[in-house]
Design a protein around this ligand. Structure first.
Ligand code: FES
Ligand SMILES: [Fe+2]
Length: 371
């Protein structure tokens, strides 16, 4: 799990200016709330007075109020009110919690969980066709799986599981000649992607010699941006296309919350939404049944503990990116986090830590670089 990427925190509807929303991501707790202008804020959940859970408090006058002794924290993380100090005194400078950059898009509140300045941040995966003419989005679906998020992203980057895990999809199946060659992977600034042609036996030849065959071939593929955002493209025919977006929030190593948005260029009637969502969830369930029983739970740290083949190429490229980000010092040291968090309060460092010091909580431990 990595700091310095955008993570989905909640749906827009989950966050209001009455009750704070408490959520766990990357093994740590966060609190989200809205101010009276409707702006969503995401803060570290740990009150720096004596460790109360801010997410169990309430929202008042644009602040989140700690339920333990009533200290209040604004959207920028600063403590604005301490009930037990004199009216003439200001809260001490150390009375601040980490506050994270937020973007609210596609009905999702995303937080940048890291301390990079704005110009250095990896981007949020955009959905360019969102609300564009000729496209329709299904309703946003959020579901939790008992699996490690990297296993889930890898599953999306693996074209060879489809005909085994999703037999009910029937044709098209992937051309076995294509499957035995390394996938043609295209690198992106913060990820990679691939597209492949699938053979649709219903329409005869797999070499697409005629226009009729060509018009029925299926192009599909997937890609990732960062460790936790995945997109699948399915071009069923010239006019029928799905773009499916998966924004994944690792809760811990064993649990992942997935925000799923599917865009389509056909069956645009709103009443088709429910039917298509149901089909997507049936397919997702087929994946989840596999993912929840993978051994080990996390991806093996050594390539000697698996046997990879050409069709795993996109998975291999994804792991290379993860290693690059680990080399930047962004991979959380889960072992240390697990074994010390009974005694130490941690937070993901926020951008404010670059300009001010003296923070109460320790920065989350990350794996050393260059070992
Ligand atoms: S622990 Fe939050 S106000 Fe005391
Ligand atoms: Fe699948």
């Amino acid at each position: 799990m990595f700091i310095n990427f955008w993570y989905p925190v909640a749906t827009s509807e989950d966050i209001n200016n009455d009750k704070p929303y408490r959520v766990q991501i990357l093994g740590l707790k966060f609190v989200a709330f809205r101010d009276e202008d409707g702006i969503a804020h995401v803060l570290s959940d740990v009150c720096i007075h004596r460790g109360g859970a801010l997410g169990k408090g309430w929202v008042k006058n644009n602040t989140v109020v700690c339920p333990y002794h009533g200290w209040r924290f604004a959207g920028n993380g600063r403590c604005t009110t301490i009930p037990t100090i004199s009216k003439d005194d200001k809260p001490p400078a150390r009375a601040k919690v980490d506050s994270y950059p937020v973007q609210e898009k596609y009905g999702i509140v995303f937080a940048f969980l890291g301390d990079l300045p704005e110009e250095e941040r990896p981007p949020l995966r955009e959905i360019e066709e969102y609300e564009q003419e000729g496209w329709r989005a299904n309703q946003l679906v959020v579901f939790e799986v008992n699996a490690f998020y990297e296993r889930s992203i890898e599953n999306g980057l693996d074209p060879s599981h489809n005909e085994f895990v999703h037999p009910a999809q029937g044709s098209p199946v992937m051309d076995s000649e294509v499957l035995t060659k390394p996938l043609d992977i295209e690198d992106l600034p913060w990820g990679s992607q691939f597209l492949v042609n699938f053979y649709n036996p219903a329409y005869g030849s797999k070499t697409f010699e005629t226009n009729e065959q060509m018009s029925h071939h299926v192009t599909a593929g997937s890609g990732h941006i960062g460790p936790n955002a995945m997109i699948t493209w399915i071009k069923l025919s010239k006019d029928n296309t799905f773009h499916q977006y998966f924004f994944e929030a690792p809760i811990d190593e064993n649990h992942t919350r997935i925000f799923f948005l599917s865009m389509r260029t056909f069956m645009l009637e709103p009443e088709m939404d429910e039917r298509l969502t149901k089909i997507s969830l049936v397919i997702a369930k087929e994946d989840i049944d596999i993912l929840e029983d993978l051994t080990p739970v996390c991806t093996p740290t050594s390539s000697t503990k698996e046997v990879l083949v050409a069709s795993d190429q996109a998975v291999i490229r994804y792991r290379e990116y993860l290693r690059e980000w680990e080399e930047r010092g962004w991979r959380i040291d889960m072992e240390t986090l697990r074994t010390t968090s009974n005694n130490i309060g941690y937070a993901i460092p926020s951008p404010n830590r670059r300009s001010s010091g003296n923070w109460v909580l320790d920065p989350v431990p990350t794996l050393p670089v260059g070992v």
